[in-house]
Design a protein around this ligand. Structure first.
Ligand SMILES: Nc1ncnc2c1ncn2[C@@H]1O[C@H](COP(=O)(O)OP(=O)(O)O)[C@@H](O)[C@H]1O
Ligand SMILES: [Mg+2]
Length: 409
C-alpha cells in the first residue's frame, strides 16, 4: 500500500517537474523569438515617424532612406517605453552612428494636435491634410514668432524667439524653402516653430560650413535624423584636465561664432549645459540641443521703439545663476550673453567644468583664474574672452600642462 502511495507521489512530482520545465522552455523561446524577430527588438520606424500627421510634421526629406531600411534603430521597447526624451539611437548601412530625435515629449505633441484645428479656424475634428487648403499660414507664422517674443510670463514660452522684428522670418527660413511646394513648406515650418525649431537651425547653420552643430540627416514626419556626435561633457568630468582645457577653448570659440560668424543673424543659445555639449573621439565639440534659442537680426533698420539699438548690452546682475533678459537682448544689436554663458559653465557657481584648476597651473599662471572671474563678473567680456582664447591657446601648447591627469573633485 505504502509502495503505491510512494509511486503516485513520484509520478506526480515527475509530472510537475516536466510541466515546470516546459513552461520555462516556452518562456525562454518566446522571449528569444520576440527579441530576435518581434517588436521588442527595436522600435519600428513606422511607429516613430507619425507620418500620418503630415503636413503638420517637420518634412519628409529622409523618409526614403528610413523606409528602405538604410537606418537601423537600436534598443528595444523596454528603454523606449521609458524614453520620455524621445531620443533613439541607430546606425546607417555604411556604419555611421545616428541619433533619431522626435524633438518633443508625447504630451507636447498631444497639446499641439489638440490646438491645431482651432489655430487655423478649422472644424474641431479637422485632419492635418486640411491645412493644405488654408490661406493664412504666413500670418499664423508671424503671429507665432511675435507671441514668442512678447510672451506673457504666466504662459510657458515655446521655442524660437526671433527679434527684434518678426518679418525677418522670411529671410531666416530661406535655406529651408523648396520653391515647388511653398504651402507645404510653410506648414512644416509652422509645425517646427511650434514644437522645436532644431531642424530649421541645422539647415541655417550647417556643420559642413564649420558650425559646431550635428550633421543634419533630414526629417521624416515627426522624426529628425542627425549624426551621433559623441558623449555629453556631463559624463566626461573625470578626464585629464588638459582635455577639459581643450574643450573649454572650443566652447569659447563657439560662443564667439554663434554671436559673430553669421552674416545676418546672431544666435544666442538659451540652454547652456554640459548635457547639451557632446565631444567625439577627436575631441571636437558639438552643441546638440538647439531648441531654445534667440535669433537676432543684425540688419534691421531700428524704429523709434529701439532707441538703444546701436549700444551693446552687457549682462546685468539680474539674479543668481542662469537668468537673462530676453527683452534687453532683443533691444540691442549686440549682447554678451553667449560669452557669459560659456564662462558660466566653465567657471560659474554651478559645478564649474574647469575647476578645480590644478595647483601647478594656478602657480605658473595665476592670471588664468583671474581672467575666468573677469569673464563672469567683469564689464568687457568681449575683451576678456579674446585674451582668454589666447591664454588657453598658449597653455595647450605647454607640455607640462599636457601631462596633468584628471583632478578629482
Ligand atoms: N547629435 C547627437 N549626438 C550625440 N548625442 C546626442 C545628440 N543629440 C542628442 N544627444 C543626446 O541626447 C540628449 C538629449 O537630447 P536633447 O536634444 O538635449 O534633448 P532634450 O530637449 O530632451 O534635452 C543629449 O543630452 C545628448 O546626450
Ligand atoms: Mg538637452
Amino acid at each position: 500500500m505504502n509502495d503505491k502511495i510512494y509511486e503516485n507521489m513520484l509520478l506526480r512530482r515527475r509530472f510537475c517537474k516536466r510541466v515546470a520545465l516546459m513552461a520555462i522552455a516556452f518562456t525562454i523561446s518566446f522571449y528569444v523569438s520576440i527579441l530576435l524577430f518581434g517588436d521588442l527588438k527595436a522600435p519600428r520606424v513606422m511607429n516613430l515617424t507619425d507620418l500620418n500627421r503630415c503636413p503638420a510634421c517637420y518634412g519628409v526629406s529622409v523618409c526614403p532612406e528610413l523606409y528602405s531600411n538604410q537606418v537601423i534603430i537600436e534598443g528595444h521597447t523596454w528603454s523606449s517605453m521609458f524614453n520620455a526624451k524621445n531620443i533613439f539611437y541607430g546606425y546607417t548601412k555604411s556604419n555611421r552612428r545616428v541619433v533619431l530625435k522626435k524633438l518633443a515629449h508625447n504630451s507636447e505633441f498631444k497639446d499641439f494636435d489638440s490646438k491645431m484645428c482651432k489655430t487655423f479656424n478649422l472644424k474641431r475634428n479637422c485632419r492635418p491634410i486640411h491645412l493644405l487648403n488654408v490661406t493664412n499660414v504666413d500670418e499664423k507664422l508671424i503671429k507665432l514668432v511675435e507671441y514668442n517674443f512678447t510672451w506673457p510670463d504666466t504662459e510657458p514660452r515655446k521655442g524660437l524667439v526671433l527679434c527684434p522684428y518678426a518679418y525677418s522670418l522670411y529671410d531666416l527660413v530661406l535655406p529651408v524653402l523648396d520653391s515647388k511646394k511653398p504651402q507645404l513648406d510653410m506648414i512644416n515650418i509652422w509645425t517646427m516653430l511650434s514644437l522645436n525649431p532644431e531642424p530649421i537651425i541645422l539647415q541655417i547653420l550647417p556643420k559642413s560650413s564649420g558650425w559646431p552643430v550635428p550633421a543634419y540627416g533630414g526629417v521624416c514626419g515627426r522624426l529628425e535624423v542627425v549624426a551621433d556626435e559623441g558623449e555629453p561633457l556631463s559624463s566626461l568630468t573625470q578626464v585629464a584636465w588638459y582635455r577639459k582645457l581643450k574643450f573649454a577653448k572650443k566652447i569659447l570659440d563657439a560662443a564667439m561664432d554663434f554671436t559673430f560668424k553669421h552674416d545676418r543673424f546672431r544666435f544666442y543659445l538659451m540652454d547652456w549645459s554640459l548635457d547639451n555639449i557632446v565631444a567625439n573621439e577627436k575631441d571636437d565639440i558639438t552643441f546638440v540641443d538647439l531648441e531654445d534659442l534667440i535669433v537676432l537680426d543684425k540688419h534691421i533698420s531700428p524704429g523709434k521703439d529701439l532707441p538703444n539699438w546701436y549700444q551693446r548690452y552687457g549682462r546685468e546682475l539680474i539674479g543668481p545663476g542662469f537668468t537673462f533678459s530676453i527683452e534687453n537682448m532683443c533691444k540691442h544689436h549686440l549682447s554678451d550673453h553667449n560669452l557669459w554663458a560659456a564662462c558660466y559653465i566653465l567657471a560659474g557657481d554651478d559645478d564649474p567644468y574647469l575647476y578645480p584648476i590644478p595647483k601647478e597651473v594656478n602657480s605658473s599662471r595665476p592670471h588664468f583664474d583671474r581672467l575666468l572671474n573677469e569673464c563672469l563678473n567683469g564689464v568687457d567680456r568681449f575683451k576678456t574672452i579674446t585674451t582668454l582664447q589666447h591664454v588657453i591657446g598658449d597653455m595647450l601648447m605647454d607640455e607640462k600642462i599636457v601631462g596633468y591627469g584628471a583632478v578629482v573633485r
